[in-house]
Design a protein around this ligand. Structure first.
Ligand code: PMP
Ligand code: GLN
Length: 383
């Protein structure tokens, strides 16, 4: 068997969710909301299925959805996008990322990545034969510097994988850092695969800047989005790709043999959802922000050292003040003994891991968060 996969552990999300089920724990690990998602969008998917959207749609995505992608990013991010030549629909952002990596990287190419690194990136870079060049980000700000980029970029750099807002840290890359990264991409003629699935889950005081909007990046960025995160429907797995025609053409060749298409009824519903006005997206953000604040305040009152969350469904806790030195052990004990699942952030590092931070998902209803807090209080002997 292929050692790349034979030697891989099961993803940390699946592992912690299984433990949560086994121990009847509250699952603040894997990122999915308690909220069932907007009823009108779900209704559209049901109606579309009943009215005949059930056969293979076009491999690039149904025209209504491709038009809606161009319209949506035009309205929200000021991007001018040719729906026909610059958009594609995939089965989740995960597929889009894989297609983008396979389309860009050939054996021996160097690929710049930032750790904590989302779990699918590294195995897919290795599958393509790429050589990972890792920048290590550390709490509390998780930012990179010019020296970091100097150390990893070279004439062999083919691609860069960036994620903002960043999962698991909950940080949003500010424009000056994106500009710094763009300067390196331009200097070394690298393509940037920009994972922006959390683009609409950004809290007050922070602002998502699409990498593509930075001067010089429009023609060299493959932008990846996820309807799952825009509509709190994580199981739908509808991914959105935007890239200049020369890039997209090759990404679509990889997509045609990964999944080829994505369920058409879901595409109809996502097209409808993307046309929603700004109020829907603001309301979603405000709702998640309230949950973030509820969990943050509750944890701080108990004495936990919370690293502030700027976006995503996640906040992080520094466990060193609790005397803990191993995030995996801490999370295992937490789920087995105290019935709360969390994610150890070291799972997102390939080398020299940060081992004192755990991630909690706050996209839950108030009762779930409050019960989670009660159990966390017990875990540290506060109740
Ligand atoms: N990238 C990041 C950073 C994510 O957090 C996730 C899922 N949470 C994905 C990609 C995968 O998105 P999808 O479920 O649409 O495949
Ligand atoms: N992206 C989700 C998270 O960070 C999990 C996705 C998955 O389980 N593959 O929790």
């Amino acid at each position: 068997m292929n050692p790349l996969f034979a030697d891989l552990p099961t993803t940390i999300f699946e592992m912690m969710s299984s433990l949560a089920r086994e121990h009847q724990a509250i699952n603040l690990g894997q990122g999915f909301p308690d909220d069932p998602g907007p009823e009108d969008v779900r209704q559209k998917a049901a109606e579309a299925s009943l009215s005949g959207y059930n056969q293979y749609p076009s491999m690039m995505g149904i025209p209504e959805l491709r038009d809606a992608i161009a319209n949506h990013y035009g309205r929200f991010h000021g991007l001018t996008i040719d729906a026909q030549r610059e958009t594609m629909v995939t089965s989740g952002a995960t597929e889009a990322l894989t297609a983008a990596i396979l389309a860009t990287v050939k054996p021996g190419d160097e690929v710049v990545l930032f750790q904590p690194v989302y779990d699918s990136y590294l195995p897919m870079v290795k599958l393509a034969g790429g050589i990972p060049k890792l920048v290590t980000l550390k709490p509390p700000h998780w930012h990179f510097t010019q020296e970091d980029l100097d150390a990893v970029f070279s004439p062999k750099t083919k691609a860069v994988l960036i994620n903002t807002p960043l999962n698991p840290t909950g940080t949003v890359l500010p424009r000056p850092l994106l500009e710094m990264l763009a300067a390196y991409c331009i200097k070394f003629d690298a393509i940037c695969i920009s994972d922006e699935v959390w683009e609409h889950v950004v809290f007050e005081g922070h602002h998502h800047v699409p990498l593509m909007s930075i001067p010089g990046m429009r023609e060299r960025t493959i932008k990846v989005g996820s309807a799952g995160k825009m509509f709190s429907l994580t199981g739908w797995k509808v991914g959105l790709v935007v890239a200049a025609p020369d890039l997209l053409r090759v990404v679509s060749k990889a997509h045609q043999f990964l999944t080829f298409t994505t369920p058409p009824n879901l595409q109809v519903a996502v097209a409808y959802g993307l046309m929603k006005d700004a109020a829907y997206f603001k309301n979603m953000r405000d709702t998640f922000q309230k949950s973030r604040d509820r969990l943050t305040d509750g944890l701080r009152a108990l004495g936990f050292d919370v690293i502030p969350s700027q976006g995503t469904y996640f906040l992080n806790i520094d466990i060193s003040s609790l005397g803990a030195t191993d995030d995996f052990e801490f999370c295992k004990k937490l789920v087995v003994d105290h019935k709360v699942a969390a994610i150890p952030v070291s799972a997102f590092y390939a080398q020299n891991p940060v081992k004192n931070v755990i991630r909690l998902c706050f996209a839950k209803n108030d009762e779930t968060l409050d019960e989670g807090l009660t159990r966390l209080a017990r875990a540290i002997g506060k109740k």
